[in-house]
Design a binder for this molecule. Sequence first.
Ligand code: PGA
Length: 255
Amino acid sequence: MNKQLRKVVIAGNWKMNKTRPEAIELINQIKPLADNVSCEIVVCVPYTALETAIQAVKGTNIKVGAQNVHFEKSGAFTGEISADMLKELGVDYVIIGHSERRQYFGETDTTVNKRTKAALQAGLIPIMCVGELLEEREADITEEVVSRQIKLDMAGFTADEVKKTVIAYEPVWAIGTGKTATNEQAGEACGLIRNVIAKLHGKDVADAVTIQYGGSMNAQNAADLLKQEDVDGGLIGGASLKAEDFGIIIKAANT
Ligand code: PGA
């Protein structure tokens, strides 16, 4: 159906892993696996490895992403990095509002909204993360929680800004736990996100937005998850640190 219209994005979230030499090694292993594929491949590396990764992917179709960005352009924000700084470095993507940032670093829907806006304004592609906690799924409020996040995180966005944003649906209970959402749960949640966007901005905009699934996606389950009509790629943590597994996921996205 409309899946063909959308860009499929397979992004590795390396989290706080890999020194620069280790980053080069992993990228060199991924390079041949990323040859001649039609999906977008992104490696989101720690800040300290960004420049190294950008050099290492030169001449390939692999893109480099950061894992957070501040919303102000510059100023007295010790420890923070602006969207312009990332853009100037040659970064293309940035993960925003990951559940680990929401859980450990006080990230809120308000700050996710501001960061995503700032990233878009600088010409970066945000990978904006949403997803419910286990108790929220058990209380049967997944739809409310995720709809609320989408509405708040994208409040004030133009249709064009919505289209440029990659959304990652990551149920918090599935991240790093080895517990993957079933294909149906993943497909259903990505579909409900698309419906929320359709209500806000119309079907054409909703049909154009890339919505990834994330949460223990791996070499074994990727093919079935990616077959879901509304799943347009993956945000992959653990399995993105093993070139062989990441390669299998890339392959699954291209069949
Ligand atoms: P995981 O992480 O694949 O290790 O569950 C996904 C993520 O945190 O984006």
